[in-house]
Design a protein around this ligand. Structure first.
Ligand code: MV4
Length: 497
């Protein structure tokens, strides 16, 4: 079952990340690419490459049949899907299986169970995994929904079963708003997912987002590789992740880890997975959903556990046992990841595309940059605007924060606006430093007077620049007038004398 050749069905930094491990393990690599990605690092670094088509993902990275054809033509044993694109597509997983190609990921059945939030809840509830108070069935109609909501108690959240990552979610604060919100949630779900099933949960007001990295092999073993704290998000886009969490105690870590392993058992999971929990102000935790892929933020886990999770994925896909037992896993120090996006922080985080006129990454023993750019390259408009992940390790959390701030200062990017300064703002914020924050951090503090002031100062300067010009003109005009008056008065004086 040895894997000799892997096709990476992805692009950008994650394609390069997978390539690094393939090279290390001596496995042959095949890259795929679109028009926008001709001669980018992930293509140049692979042993072979296959052109898929036009720049839009639908014409390239999402073309299942073209990818499978390439695998068959080049004698590929296994496909690594990365994250996004086809990584959680059960249909693609089935097609690969039918073609005799290994997917480096879980079974199509596990993907299907976890892809639907209601079936995920139903699967885990008999395994003793704590769920948010609410229902694990689709709401039949408004009347039934109101009944359930009043039993749970307002505020409640209406969620789309086919949703995830915040899509199709509606907050209802009181019964009077229920009907309208349920109808909105259903029509959003219908148009986004072609499935209007919704369910109701008690709204957890100030939750932290804590996720557990899990791994399972084909021999019935499953372990947890501790937590990642991902509460610093903006509109469901993660900004900063860290491991371990500043508030998770060893005892809570063990309970959450064991619950996450139960989630693996509940869906007969294999490979790398992430179990998402909400952690409330009382440190009670509730299962939210499971992501059946390697996550963007996996490097912070690698840094604190001294593991290579892509290597683990390949070993498990080859049928090997997990490289480590639960007892052999331990946490070393602290790691922080700052996502660097080509976005304009002061302008609603709008994507800021353009050419990287200058691009120099920070270096140092505890600094890792996962990226796929070189100076002079353009940030394409077709894909996610993430430029890089800056990952920093430290002996302690304070140490990691300090080193991370230094690394941000050493990062040189010009040509596009980036979220690096925003990362700095978070890392210097008292609430972040103290660990006293939740998923409302960005919403709550990014309108903080100090930030607004920096943003406003810029605008004010732009404005006052114009005003100053006018003011200079007025002063010049008055000075002239004054002078002429003086002159005239001096003339008068002269005349008088
Ligand atoms: C919640 C919640 C509060 N109460 N569920 C957002 C994305 C999706 N994975 C679930 N989400 C939430 N579910 C209950 N019952 C608050 C959120 C939520 C959130 C969760 C994790 C990280 C950031 C978030 C931002 C807003 C809302």
């Amino acid at each position: 079952m040895k894997i000799n050749k892997v096709l990476i069905a992805n692009r950008g930094e994650i394609a390069r990340r997978v390539l690094r491990t393939l090279h290390k393990l001596g496995i042959k690599s095949v890259a795929v690419y679109s028009d926008a990605d001709r001669s980018v690092p992930h293509v140049l670094e692979a042993d072979e490459s296959v052109y898929l088509g036009g720049s839009p993902s639908s014409e390239s990275y999402l073309r299942q049949d073209a990818i499978i054809e390439a695998c068959l033509a080049l004698g590929v044993d296994a496909v690594h899907p990365g994250y996004g694109f086809l990584s959680e597509n059960a249909g693609f997983a089935r097609k690969l299986k039918a073609a005799g190609i290994t997917l480096i990921g879980p079974s199509p059945e596990s993907m299907e169970i976890m892809g639907d939030k209601l079936s995920a809840k139903q699967a885990v509830k008999n395994f003793g995994v704590p769920l948010v108070p609410g229902l694990d069935e689709a709401v039949a109609n408004v009347q039934a929904g109101k009944q359930i909501a009043s039993e749970i108690g307002y505020p409640v959240l209406i969620k789309a079963s086919a949703g995830g990552g915040g899509k199709g979610m509606r907050l209802v604060e009181r019964e009077a708003d229920f009907e309208e919100q349920m109808q909105t949630a259903q029509s959003e779900a219908r148009s986004s997912f072609g499935n209007d099933a919704v369910f109701i949960e008690k709204f957890v007001t100030k939750p932290r987002h804590i996720e557990i990295q899990v791994f399972a092999d084909q021999h019935g073993n499953a372990v947890y590789l501790f937590e990642r704290e991902c509460s610093i998000q903006r509109r469901h886009q993660k900004v900063i992740e860290e491991a371990p969490s500043a508030v998770v105690t060893p005892e809570l870590r063990r309970r959450m880890g064991e619950a996450a392993v139960k989630v693996c058992k509940a869906c007969d999971y294999t490979g790398a997975g992430t179990v998402e929990f909400l952690l409330d102000a009382n440190l009670d935790f509730y299962f939210l959903e499971m992501n059946t892929r390697l996550q963007v933020e996996h490097p912070v886990t690698e840094e604190i556990t001294k593991t290579d999770l892509v290597e683990w994925q390949i070993r498990v896909a080859q049928g090997e046992k997990l490289p480590k037992t639960q007892e052999e896993l331990e946490i070393h120090g602290h790691a922080i990841e700052v996502r660097v996006y080509a976005e304009d922080t002061l302008n609603g985080f709008l994507p800021d595309i353009g050419t990287l006129k200058r691009y120099r990454v920070p270096s140092g023993r505890s600094v890792r940059v996962d990226d796929a750019f070189v100076e002079g390259m353009e940030v394409p408009i077709y894909y996610d605007p993430m430029i890089a992940k800056l990952v920093v390790w430290g002996k302690t959390r304070e140490d990691a924060i300090r080193r991370c701030l230094e690394a941000i200062d050493d990062y040189q990017i010009s040509g596009v606006k980036t979220t690096l300064d925003f990362g700095k703002f978070v890392l210097k914020h008292e609430a972040f430093i103290s660990g006293n924050f939740d998923t409302n951090f960005v919403k709550h503090y990014f309108s903080d007077p100090s930030v607004v002031n920096t943003a406003m100062e810029e605008e004010f300067r732009a404005l006052t620049f114009g005003i100053e010009q006018v003011w200079e003109d007025i002063k010049a005009f008055r000075a002239k007038e004054f002078a002429s008056r003086e002159i005239s008065s001096s003339w008068k004086n002269k005349l008088q004398s």
